[in-house]
Ligand binder design. Structure first.
Ligand SMILES: C[S@@+](CC[C@H](N)C(=O)[O-])C[C@H]1O[C@@H](n2cnc3c(N)ncnc32)[C@H](O)[C@@H]1O
Length: 307
């Protein structure tokens, strides 16, 4: 098993000594390039020029014992945090001064501290501009003007326990260098419930308001995990799509995902027409990402923005 690549030195563009297989989509037909590398992201990021990535959207291993095909997700918490810090410092070097780093981390009922330990470590290097909650499943009972409605949506893994709740959310930490990166909030806005409120509160346009920091994004229902989602811990492509839209498509020339998995960030980038570079250490997931990209968006994407 190969884990936690050599952190190396940060720096300027140079010849890569990364043993990577790479694949690029797009430039041939004039579309922004989608560049995927089967390599350790630590070495891979070394080959990039500093300050050239506008948005990083990524989900690293969570250190909760997920059964990846090759990565060992059971290393000690202190080794994990040390490694994550070395990766985060490389991300910081590659990010533009006004860039956004969206870090998705989940936990498990038996390992609840991980996201908090990670974000506290990151406090040394980034501002925590927003905390977003990715909601995978929710039940809402609502009564409005005497009318009762019930919503019961999404997917979750049931936990058989008398002390733990079913785990139905993950964090997306929005980290920046300045704490004042402007956002295109209405790019992922939601309709006002009562349009008479617009005059009172509106600082935007149309009948959209800011979505807020609770994003309901369910997994798409699939028939075959092996064929349609061959990875134990992927996010839906709507997650990177919403992050990139929120940062602002007009301000995003290049996106990076250092932990690409089966390529959902690349799929989102291709849909949005922005360039993307990604790294994935596992050859099996890397191959799956190439296949999902060549099969087309219909293979993995659901409705845009989790509506
Ligand atoms: C939580 S998953 C990311 C899933 C991805 N967001 C998706 O939707 O498919 C983390 C991934 O990081 C990969 N990984 C672990 N260590 C790595 C490293 N040093 N460099 C690149 N990828 C690595 C694992 O193989 C795993 O696929």
């Amino acid at each position: 098993m190969r884990n936690m690549g050599d952190s190396g030195t940060s720096g300027k563009e140079r010849d890569s000594n990364v043993s990577s297989v790479s694949s690029a989509y797009g430039p041939a037909n004039g579309a922004p390039s989608i560049e995927l590398h089967n390599s350790d992201c630590a070495g891979g990021m070394e080959t990039l020029v500093d300050g050239t990535i506008d948005v990083v959207v990524t989900s690293p291993p969570y250190n909760i014992g997920t059964a990846y095909s090759s990565y060992d997700d059971t290393v000690s918490r202190s080794d994990y945090i040390t490694w994550l810090e070395s990766v985060a410092l490389k991300i910081r070097n590659k990010l533009t001064e006004s860039g956004s780093f969206f870090l998705n981390i989940g936990s498990s009922p038996a390992n609840p501290w991980g996201p908090f330990e990670a974000v506290l470590m990151l406090r040394k290097h980034f501002h925590l501009q927003n905390v977003i909650h990715w909601i995978k499943s929710i039940y809402i009972a609502n009564e409005s003007y005497g009318k009762k409605t019930e919503i019961n949506v999404g997917h979750y893994k049931p936990i058989n326990s008398n002390r733990f709740l079913n785990d139905a959310h993950e964090y997306i930490f929005h980290l920046t260098k300045s704490n004042s990166v402007p956002l295109d909030r209405l790019a992922i806005g939601v309709p006002y419930k009562d349009s008479s409120n617009i005059a009172r509160w509106d600082i935007g346009s149309g009948n959209l308001r800011c979505r807020g920091n609770t994003w309901y994004v369910p997994y798409r229902t699939i028939q075959s995990r092996e064929r349609e989602r061959p990875h134990p811990a992927s996010f839906p492509p709507e997650i990177p799509e919403m992050c990139i839209r929120l940062h602002g498509i007009g301000r995003t020339k290049r996106v990076m995902d250092p932990f690409m998995g089966i390529g959902n960030t690349a799929l989102a980038c291709r849909k949005l027409g922005v360039a993307c570079i990604g790294f994935e250490i596992d050859p099996q997931y890397y191959s799956a990402s190439l296949k999902l990209l060549s099969d087309g968006e219909t293979a993995t994407s659901g409705t845009a923005c989790g509506e």
